[in-house]
Each structure stands twice: as structure tokens, then as C-alpha cells.
Design a binder for this molecule. Structure first.
Ligand code: 5RP
Length: 215
């Protein structure tokens, strides 16, 4: 699987233009992308990072990490996903970085998603849906999600996000209308963000097959 991730990540370098500031996601697939960027760091002006983990790796390669407030809109965002449907809608947040990932995706003109073939699904929901919550609202949000969806939220105990919040993973979903579910969960008091990327899906998906396939 790691070879497939590496192939997808390296193909994403085709979308990097000289002098760009690149939005960078989080996870093991993105780590390969950062390493590829790190082999030619002079090509980019810098990066906006979605996590402390990616920031550390970018800096280790000598790539400057910039503040999104200072850069303004970005031309390109490259990130992985936990699931991807045929409409390029995603489940993300397996690495607990969903909120900053969503912010950068929203700020970017083009979102290139890099995945291995196992991430492709017809209907989202087999991968437990991550929801970042304010700690005091954990059980309130869990009860509201049960009432809303009938599925089972499980607290990812011991994990604190880069924003100081907690994660609920919602098991047993079959997400027929991802935009409606994203909107409904977003509106629950205590929810910081939900790992459904349906209102702002990926623009391009690179699947790391032997010859990477671009959707
Ligand atoms: C982190 C994410 C990742 O993109 C997602 O979990 C995929 O990770 P990996 O590339 O390690 O399979 O959303 O919050």
C-alpha cells in the first residue's frame, strides 16, 4: 500500500508550479508528497501546513511554513483521504487534522487528493466518520449524532487535536446524501468540524495505481 501512496504523491508534483505557495495536508500519503517537494525545495515559495506533524516534516526539508492569514488564497492544496466516492467527495480526519485541512481546502483554488486504490468506495461511510468536538460537548454531540443518524459515535480517547479538541468517530454510517449530512452535523452545537468533504470536494483525485490514474 505504501508504494501506491508514494506513486500518487509523486504524481501530484505535476500540479506544482514554480514559485507557488502550496497547501499541504496530513498523513502518510502526504508525507511522501512532502519528501518529493523536499527534493526540489527551490521550486516553491513556501507551504501552508494543516498540522504540527506536517509542519515539522516541511521544516526538516527546509521548506518555509507560512500563515494562511498572510498568504491569502492558495492556488493548490494537496492532501490524502480516508475514503473517496465517484463524485470526489471525501471522508478525512483519520489523522485528526480535519479542521485545518478543511480550512486550507476552502482557501484553495484547486484541491488535489492523493490516495491508494483501497480508499475508493461507491458510498461513503465504511470508514468511521471523524467529528472534531469541543471537549465539554463530547457526550452532548454524541447523543445528537445518534438521534440524527442512528449510527454509533465512539470517542477517540487520548487524542487531542492541534486545536485542543477531541474526536468522535461515527461508526455504521451509509452516507447517501453527503452534502446534507455534512450540513446537519456542522450545525450541532459543540461540533468544530466534520470530516466530510462534500460541500467542497476534491477537484482532482490521483489514484496510485502502477500507472497513477487521474480522476
Ligand atoms: C488526516 C487525513 C488523512 O489525509 C487521511 O487520514 C489519510 O491518511 P493516510 O494518507 O495516512 O492514509 O485526513 O486527518
Amino acid at each position: 500500500m505504501s508504494e501506491a501512496k508514494r506513486r500518487a504523491a509523486e504524481k501530484a508534483m505535476d500540479f506544482v508550479e514554480d514559485g507557488m505557495i502550496v497547501g499541504v495536508g496530513t498523513g502518510s500519503t502526504v508525507a511522501y508528497f512532502i519528501d518529493a517537494l523536499g527534493r526540489e525545495p527551490e521550486r516553491v515559495r513556501g507551504a501552508v501546513s494543516s498540522s504540527e506533524q506536517s509542519t515539522e516534516r516541511l521544516r526538516a526539508h527546509g521548506i518555509e511554513v507560512l500563515d494562511l492569514n498572510a498568504t491569502g488564497p492558495l492556488a493548490l492544496y494537496v492532501d490524502g483521504a480516508d475514503e473517496c466516492d465517484p463524485a470526489k467527495r471525501l471522508i478525512k480526519g483519520g489523522g485528526a487534522a480535519l479542521t485545518r485541512e478543511k480550512i486550507i481546502a476552502q482557501a484553495s483554488q484547486r484541491f488535489v487528493c492523493i490516495i491508494d486504490p483501497s480508499k475508493q468506495v461507491d458510498v461513503l461511510g465504511r470508514f468511521p466518520l471523524p467529528v472534531e468536538v469541543v471537549p465539554m460537548a463530547r457526550s452532548l454531540v454524541a447523543r445528537d449524532i445518534v438521534a440524527l443518524t442512528g449510527a454509533q459515535p465512539v470517542w477517540r480517547e487520548g487524542v487531542v487535536t492541534d486545536n485542543g479538541n477531541w474526536i468522535l468517530d461515527v461508526h455504521g454510517l451509509r452516507i447517501i446524501d453527503p452534502v446534507a449530512m455534512e450540513t446537519a452535523i456542522n450545525q450541532l452545537p459543540g461540533v468544530v468540524s466534520v470530516g466530510l468533504f462534500a460541500r467542497r470536494p476534491a477537484d482532482v483525485v490521483i489514484v496510485g495505481e502502477d500507472t497513477p490514474r487521474i480522476l
